[in-house]
Design a protein around this ligand. Structure first.
Ligand SMILES: Cc1ncc(C[n+]2csc(CCOP(=O)(O)OP(=O)(O)O)c2C)c(N)n1
Ligand SMILES: [Mg+2]
Length: 616
């Protein structure tokens, strides 16, 4: 009989979490950077008491919105290359369902996140408890069932000993590079407080390390054979390159073979922007250099990418009918997409073995040179749109130029939704791997500020610059106050174009009337004139509104010396986006309409649909 210790389920859970470790750069540290918590009747007495017991080893952080807490946790994991993570606990009911969007975000982005919502009483005696969603047809359903489709592992803990296998499964999922995503353990309120004699071995320290599966021999031979006959090879670097920290191996591989690289939103900063073979962004928000190559490529090595529509131009970009894809991916689901030759492996290991097996292969010099001249051409076009200006309403691109000039490539820049992701993908000149932090899997408005806070907690020595539109800011800004409270200093650049600028442009592009996007085009009695600087100040941040790009640069330089979070607001033009580069994106246009502009847009749309490579 092993020794046991009598604890509540919640105490066992928190003690277990505190004992899970990882090693980063040779240094052992807790794998959980902390637990975000907003308490209610569903967790304060159980989990709340248990978190207090371990507050020194496993810190608890209080914030203002459950979704935002989960955003911070997700950004922490992303900025830690998935090697560290955080947990989030909420009460039963609204606190829990507030986290569902964030769970979906972590699911799409393949990021580890441990969600610990309170749940209804397992004994069901007091039913319905406050905030209980009652199903007339199914006694086992609670609000937390919403998490099932957006969790990689879901469990409801209805007996205290169930936490033992549930946590074992949770850790396996959270630390698996292929399965990685949100885990939801719904904790019945009465069971949180119930005691059990847990084996002491359950709380033994455990050190987790990143698994790096190596390629299958047959898959490797097939990939090598395909590569050896390639005349126009191209690498797409996705988020998997960043998570695997495979930048050096990627550089070695492409330098040896003279293969140009392009990057997805998740994969941007795989190579520094300055690398001569880095054509930078690909797809709908891509550079002309990358997209020209993508159109012609006969062999595309897709490394660590989900190949979402923004990357493939809704599957219209890769126009060479003789092309082959190699899917180098740790997840089989992704590796075989679009009839790719799968090469299931960790990016770093896969690239190492490809490099070794390819000894002597070189892409035709004309292809590599063609790539480099395309890059030079793009850089000229990009410099033009990002350069200094006196315009009273600058473009997003001009604001990006100002941030780049003041913070350089060293800062970690973060964005998620609106017009910024497209402009940033095209124009930001990234530095070190991970310094470009885009949440563009779910592109969730409101990720930005809480995400900036989480990224800063993961990288305390880095300058974290959050780029955000007025729409995203208004949706979820409350963790500005938390960043001040926790002394986690971030710089927020708020681009106020008075509405949902990018959707307004999309509406115009699909023939729609200007309707319900910009504030001025929306039903109103009073046109809002929101003082964002005053709002940010009221939450404790240092803030100012600037009137020009020159003032923005001075304010940004000052922000570096500020002792707390700074918000800088600038008015921008809602109608301008960068014309250069890019490719088609499939947004369905109505087949019939009273508006002639819609009918015309439909005609054009039908032409574009012909470019889609159905079944390819
Ligand atoms: C939670 C959420 N709701 C809706 C959308 C759809 N959407 C994408 S961008 C956008 C407008 C964003 O406005 P703003 O932050 O001001 O950026 P702008 O488009 O003006 O650059 C909307 C509504 C979304 N991505 N996320
Ligand atoms: Mg806006």
């Amino acid at each position: 009989m092993s020794n046991t210790v009598r604890l509540t389920m919640a105490q066992a859970l928190t003690r277990f979490l505190a004992a899970q470790m990882t090693t980063i750069d040779g240094k052992e540290m807790p794998i959980f950077g902390g637990v975000w918590a907003i308490f209610g009747h569903g967790n304060v007495a159980g989990i709340g008491e248990a978190l207090y017991q371990v507050r020194d080893e496993l810190p608890t952080y209080r914030a203002h919105n459950e979704q935002a807490m989960a955003h911070a946790a997700i950004a922490f994991a992303k900025a830690s290359f998935r090697q560290r993570m955080m947990a989030v606990t909420s009460s039963v009911g609204p606190g829990a369902t507030n986290m569902v969007t964030a769970a979906a975000l972590a699911h799409v982005n393949r990021l580890p996140l441990l969600l610990l919502p309170g749940d209804v009483f397992a004994n069901r005696i007091p039913d319905p408890v406050l905030q209980q969603v009652e199903s007339f047809a199914d006694g086992t359903i609670s609000a937390n069932d919403c998490f099932r489709p957006v969790s990689r592992y879901f469990d409801r803990i209805t007996r205290p000993e169930q936490i033992i296998p549930a946590l074992a499964r949770a850790m396996t999922v959270l630390t698996d590079p292929a399965e990685c995503g949100p885990v939801t353990l719904a904790l019945c309120q009465d069971v949180q407080a119930e005691a059990y004699d847990y084996p002491e071995s359950f709380f033994d320290k455990r050190v987790w390390s990143l698994r790096r599966p190596r390629p299958d021999r047959n898959e490797l031979s097939a990939a090598v054979a395909a590569l050896q006959s390639a005349k126009k090879p191209l690498v797409i670097a996705g988020g998997g390159v960043i998570f695997s920290q495979a930048s050096k191996e990627l550089a070695d591989f492409v330098e040896a073979a003279g293969i140009p690289v392009c990057e997805t939103q998740g994969g941007k900063s795989s190579l520094p922007d300055s690398h001569p073979l880095n054509m930078a962004a690909v797809g709908v928000t891509g550079t002309s250099a990358a997209n020209r190559l993508a159109q012609e490529a006969d062999l595309i090595i897709a490394v660590g990418t989900r190949l979402q529509d923004f990357t493939t131009g809704s599957w219209s970009l890769f126009q060479n009918s003789a092309k082959t894809f190699i899917g180098l991916n740790v997840q089989t689901f992704d590796a075989a997409k679009h009839r790719a030759l799968p090469l299931v492996a960790d990016a770093k290991e896969g690239l190492l073995e490809l490099t070794a097996a390819l000894q002597g292969y070189k892409a035709p010099a004309s292809w590599t040179e063609n790539a480099k001249s395309g890059k030079a051409e793009w850089q000229k076009a990009a410099a033009k749109v990002t350069g200094p200006t006196n315009a009273s309403l600058p473009s997003d691109a001009q604001v990006i130029g100002a941030v780049q000039r003041t913070f350089g490539a060293e800062a970690t820049v973060l964005h998620a939704a609106g017009g910024l992701p497209g402009e940033m993908h095209k124009l930001w000149q990234a530095g070190a791997p991970g310094s470009y932090h885009a949440e563009y899997g779910f592109s969730c408005m409101g990720y930005e500020i809480a995400g900036g806070l989480g990224a800063k907690m993961a990288k305390p020595d880095d300058e974290v610059v959050v780029m955000i539109g007025d729409g995203s800011y208004l949706m979820l800004n409350s963790e500005l106050a938390t960043s001040v409270m926790l002394g986690q200093r971030i710089t927020v650049v708020l681009l106020d174009n008075r509405g949902y600028g990018c959707i307004n442009r999309l509406q115009m592009g699909t023939g729609g009337a200007n309707f319900n996007n910009l504030l001025k085009d929306s039903k109103h009695e009073v046109l809002p004139d929101i003082d964002f600087a005053a709002h940010a100040r009221s939450l404790g941040a240092i803030s100012e509104k600037v009137a020009s790009i020159a003032e923005l640069e001075t304010a940004l330089a000052r922000a570096k010396d500020n002792d707390r979070t700074t918000v800088i607001v600038i008015d921008t033009d809602p109608l301008i986006s960068t014309e250069e580069g890019g490719t088609w994106w499939d947004v369905a246009v109505p087949e019939v309409s009273q508006r002639s502009q819609v009918t015309a847009a439909r005609k054009e749309y039908e032409q574009k649909l012909k470019l889609q490579r159905v079944g390819d």
